[in-house]
Design a protein around this ligand. Structure first.
Ligand code: TNX
Length: 539
């Protein structure tokens, strides 16, 4: 009697399988997607490799996001994506919910050791009709990958394809990794102060374009902008004014940590800069024993550079610097501490060299690597220290001879505070005008003969002598900062101005949605339906 029972069971099992398959089949909508082309999407920065498969993934209210099990950092990336999708489409996607069966489309964000790539931020995206799989070895990679994904979710749903609203994501495969490991922007909060909310908004936009560092120029002649508990007058006195005589301001340590944490959620490190031995008037007004230029320091509201210096001979000055570096380093998880070092025109050469070498050791004691403006390469410093190239080829050669890494910020190409043209409302032009094409068309990989093996990355500095609020900040930073993101991420073979300007034109919908006051350069045919005409009239 054994055999018939088995046959009966098999028959039951067979019908069970058939009926389940039919139910699943019934649930699955058959959607005929319009032909898509993933490779033609307006990504910025352009990924390394994009292959189109010409169909569509239906993002809709049934889509669920799943992230690698027991990995809270990946789960945070999933939630970050869900929030961004909500802001763009108003869809409320669930993250890591238990039941999966009735979900028709799924986004998986996977920690996978299978990405054969030595760059931490590498990721791969596989988009098919049913699923989007994002693989990366690291959380940073997953985070960069979801920026790419955000860029291909359309602004509007296609309501003719199905009874529910769906957003059609083009299918295909993306293999991506950055060319340079350091992709930074710098904000000068010393000449004019920008509050925590302003900095957070800047971070939001930078993260979307895969920046990974924000350098804060925290001190200068006109202002000291970060609380140092052991030296309270720095902010009390030194933080009390700014260029033009406004009331200045500063970050309490709590506020600075708020910026650091906000940046960390966006996988951006904060690079704190205490500029010295020059650009130190605000510190010397607060504590006159620091001063080394023989004059009585007074609060300064002008725009000149090069008149101030610390006294490089006093032990008390180095004890002061030790406290400052210790307090700031404890609040800054990133690996770098920027010591400035530029334009110390009233510091004797031998004193400058002595000073930089001593300060390098203080910074190293607190576990950080120094970055300094290109002049620091004139001192006797370690190959582990980093030179930020802004103008002197000679200093770059010195850095190369010392086997140092270099961050590329040539003023003629990468200074966000240079005017676009003679009509620009804000900005300076000592290094020239930098229209949107000039900002993009140059090769950091070989600029001024600096070999690529020495280049850590690129950074776009925004000095704030001529800007005092977020609208003015955005006017100078955007759209040029978008181009610098591509110079840092995308290889030279994949960059092309004519192609870039078309992709840049498409960024207006994101920039408008984020309420960014970008400069509507006439070199770009901004999408006409995005209120940009209104903006063009405004300028
Ligand atoms: C030069 S670049 C400076 C800054 C000014 C800037 C204005 C550099 C290291 N120093 O102090 O703000 O020019 O463009």
């Amino acid at each position: 009697m054994k055999t018939p029972i088995t046959i009966k069971n098999l028959i039951i099992l067979f019908f069970l399988i058939i009926s389940t398959a039919c139910t699943l089949q019934k649930k699955k909508r058959v959607i005929t997607f319009p032909k898509t082309d993933l490779a033609a999407e307006s990504f910025i920065p352009k990924p390394l490799k994009v292959i189109s498969t010409n169909s569509g993934f239906a993002l809709d209210k049934h889509t669920a996001i799943y992230t690698s099990k027991n990995n809270t950092e990946f789960e945070e990336v999933g939630r970050f994506l869900a929030n961004k999708i909500k802001a763009k489409t108003d869809l409320d996607l669930k993250v890591n919910i238990d039941e999966i069966l009735d979900k028709e489309t799924v986004i998986y964000i996977n920690q996978s050791n299978g990405i054969n790539h030595n760059k931490r931020e590498a990721y791969q995206l596989y988009i098919t009709q049913d699923s989007i799989i994002l693989n990366s070895n690291t959380t940073e990679g997953a985070f960069r990958g979801i920026q790419t994904l955000q860029q291909i979710i359309p602004e509007t749903s296609n309501d003719t394809l199905s009874s529910t609203k769906i957003w059609v994501v083009p299918t295909g495969k993306i293999i991506d990794s950055p060319q340079f490991e350091y992709r930074g922007a710098m904000l000068d909060v010393a000449r004019h102060f920008f509050n925590v909310e302003d900095v957070k908004k800047y971070i939001d936009i930078l993260a979307y374009y895969k920046y990974n560092a924000l350098h804060l120029h925290l001190t200068d002649d006109q202002g000291w902008r970060i609380e140092i508990k052991s030296w309270p007058k720095l902010t009390e006195i030194g933080g009390s004014t700014e260029v033009g005589g406004g009331s200045g301001g500063f970050y309490t340590q709590k506020e600075y940590s708020e910026i650091v944490n906000y940046a960390a959620i966006h996988h951006i490190i904060i690079v704190p800069e205490i500029d010295m031995p020059g650009h130190t008037n605000a510190a010397s007004v607060s504590y006159p024993f620091l001063n080394g230029n023989g004059k009585t320091p007074k609060l300064y509201k002008g725009m000149k550079v090069g008149f101030s210096t610390f006294n490089t001979h006093k032990d008390t000055v180095y004890a002061f610097i030790d406290d400052v570096v210790r307090e700031i380093s404890a609040l800054s998880p990133g690996p770098y501490f920027h010591i400035g070092g530029d334009e110390s025109h009233v510091t004797k050469k031998k004193d400058y060299i002595y000073f930089i070498t001593k300060v390098e050791k203080i910074v190293q004691k607190y576990g950080k690597r120094i970055i300094g403006w290109d002049e620091i390469a004139t001192a006797n410093i370690d190959s582990t220290s980093i030179s930020q190239f802004w103008s002197s080829k000679k200093n770059a050669e010195k850095a190369i001879n010392k086997n140092m890494k270099i961050i590329m910020s040539p003023a003629k190409k990468a200074y966000l505070d240079m005017k676009y043209d003679s009509l620009s409302k804000h900005g300076l032009h000592w290094a020239g005008y930098i229209p949107v094409d000039t900002a993009y068309i140059w090769t950091p990989e070989s600029y001024d003969g600096i070999p690529i093996k020495n280049i850590l990355g690129i950074e776009a500095p925004l000095w704030s002598e001529t800007i005092s609020n977020i609208d003015e900040l955005e006017y100078l930073a955007f759209p040029r900062a978008i181009g610098y993101s591509e110079l840092g991420w995308t290889t030279q073979e994949n960059r092309d101005w004519e192609n870039y300007r078309l992709r840049l034109a498409k960024q207006s919908s994101f920039l408008n949605r984020m309420n960014v006051n970008y400069y509507p350069s006439i070199l770009i045919d901004w999408n006409k339906n995005e209120n940009s005409l209104e903006k063009i009239e405004k300028y």
